[in-house]
Write a protein that binds this ligand. Structure first.
Ligand code: FPP
Length: 231
């Protein structure tokens, strides 16, 4: 690292986009794109561990995703359930800690049970923390924080109060937010935490994202000049 480089980010947050287009380009059903997207999740968790990243937040299902056709929602819930089962088996060996950010309602009870078990059984692990943004919306998260503060009887709140009442108060703000598939917007993702994040947009579709792509993003981040409002 030279003096002008940033250290590697501690927390990378990813908007995994382009599963549908990946499938359409191959004349495959959208479900095939999501399935391949789940493989990319595996690769990226492995790569992040190797790169010594401490936290990865993955935008797995947004509050707006409920408006998709039922068949597609079912595919995504099935993939998620499979992934939770897989991590229940392998998280110990990989030393992964699993956190979840989002609202519980209306997630199916069997998913909630699996999440609770996985979060509980990995809480003491010291490796990569994988934070699944699931049934997640950033406006809902900020509203949740404010409502917690109101319930405590607060009549005036600070920015620190809100930060301390987000879904995962111990999660540091992401230094780097990646969005795949060429789209360049936040889509209700981490609006509060993104105040000083660096953004990395790549045309690569999520199912094609891998260790090399993650390394490219980290390298570009390391060469950005972060000023935090200063000069
Ligand atoms: C965006 O692609 C992706 C999603 C809506 C969900 C992300 C889900 C996965 C990567 C698979 C499973 C994840 C886990 C954690 C098991 P899109 O459908 O919006 O693609 P498009 O814009 O090309 O249609």
């Amino acid at each position: 690292m030279t003096s002008t480089e940033n250290p590697a980010p501690k927390h990378i947050a990813i908007i995994m986009d382009g599963n549908g287009r990946w499938a359409a380009a191959r004349n495959l059903p959208r479900s095939a794109g999501h399935k391949e997207g789940a493989q990319a999740v595996r690769r990226v968790i492995e790569a992040a561990t190797e790169l010594g990243i401490e936290f990865v937040t993955l935008y797995a299902f947004s509050t707006e995703n409920w408006s998709r056709p039922k068949e597609e929602i079912d595919t995504l819930m099935n993939l998620l359930e499979k992934t939770l089962d897989e991590y229940q088996k392998s998280a110990e060996k990989k030393n992964l800690r699993i956190w979840v950010s989002g609202e519980r309602e209306p997630l199916p009870p069997q998913i909630l049970q699996k999440i609770d078990k996985l979060v509980q059984s990995t809480a003491a692990h010291t490796g990569l923390t994988v934070n699944l943004a699931l049934n997640y919306g950033a406006q809902q998260e900020i509203t949740y924080a404010v409502n917690q503060l109101l319930a405590q009887g607060k009549t005036q709140i600070s920015a620190q109060d809100i930060t301390a009442h987000l879904y995962q108060p111990l999660l540091p703000a992401p230094e780097l937010i990646i969005r795949t598939s060429g789209e360049q917007r936040l889509s209700n993702f981490l609006l509060w935490q993104a105040a000083y994040s660096e953004f990395y947009f790549t045309p690569v579709l999520w199912p094609d994202f891998d260790k090399e792509e993650l390394k490219k993003a980290v390298l570009e981040y390391q060469h950005r000049h972060r000023r935090f409002g200063g000069i």
